[in-house]
Write a protein that binds this ligand. Sequence first.
Ligand SMILES: [Zn+2]
Length: 85
Amino acid sequence: MMYDPEAIYQDADIEQAEMEREGRRLAALEKRGTCTHGRVIGIGEDGVAHYPEAVGLVHPQVKCDRCGRVFADDDDWLQAIDNLR
Ligand SMILES: [Zn+2]
């Protein structure tokens, strides 16, 4: 990120606009009833479940705390969010 005193829009403005666009995309999906998997629960490498929802998971799996979908790992989870249409 860079501040350019000559620019009308700064990198931070562009980044903010991108985050707002992503927020609108996810909000529209939620409105249609699609789970956007906004929060997941994982389990430690030691296999200890600190939340009841994590019981049965194998590290590095993570599980959506709304719909219960299990993802192979964080990358799989984030890719699934990107792929939501
Ligand atoms: Zn979900």
